[in-house]
Design a protein around this ligand. Structure first.
Ligand SMILES: [Zn+2]
Length: 205
């Protein structure tokens, strides 16, 4: 039997997950019975529920619930500087950055908070930045069927900054352009101009 033929393993119990944290504490050289660490496994497991709650969310569903029909809006919709927190699937340490999400509507527009929720639903999983970028763009493209989608992510990877090559301050930029953002350089230029404009919103915070 190949691995793909086997059913997924049952989800471990909370106790099993907490035991795994105790094992890692011992591996790090700690005593899990030390007073300061007694509640740590429980806290870590609860943190994991938050870090990885994206597995329980369906990003297509988030977008499909609320679209409305608009026939006459033909300008770029851009939501920029969406902060996101994800975890690298190679080291399970944080990837923290911002996402810029733009689309040129066809017939459907969606509340901008839904775009941020799509970013969040895919971020709260184990990821590599390239796939995260593609998943956000592809889902918006599939569900809203716009004339184009552009997703740009800029993030710092703690697996680069706190371990391994130790390169703090380095950020990685990934992008995925679909539809007119890929085929039409004027549209892409207009997007870049919008992205480079100083934000009115943040100057008032
Ligand atoms: Zn990594």
């Amino acid at each position: 039997m190949t691995p793909t033929d086997t059913a997924p393993l049952p989800r471990p119990s909370r106790e099993e997950a907490e035991d795994a944290i105790r094992t890692l504490l011992r591996w790090a050289g700690e005593d899990p019975a030390r007073e300061g660490l007694l509640d740590t496994p429980g806290r870590v497991v609860r943190s994991y529920e938050e870090f990885f709650q994206g597995y329980a969310e369906d990003p297509s569903e988030i977008l499909s619930r609320t679209f409305s029909e608009v026939d006459d809006y033909d300008e770029i919709v851009l939501l920029r500087d969406i902060r996101f927190e994800s975890h690298c699937e190679h080291h399970m340490v944080p990837i923290i950055g911002v996402a810029h999400v733009a689309y040129l509507p066809g017939k459907r527009v969606v509340g901008i908070s839904k775009l941020a929720r799509v970013v969040e639903a895919f971020s709260r999983r184990l990821q590599i930045q390239e796939r995260l970028t593609a998943q956000i763009a592809n889902t918006i493209n599939d569900v809203l069927q716009p004339h184009g989608v552009a997703v740009i992510l800029e993030a710092g990877h703690q697996c680069m900054t706190t371990r391994g090559v130790h390169r703090p301050g380095v950020s990685m930029v990934t992008s995925r352009m679909l539809g007119v953002f890929r085929t039409n350089s004027d549209t892409r230029r207009e997007l870049m101009a919008m992205l480079n404009r100083p934000s009115a919103a943040t100057t008032h915070i």
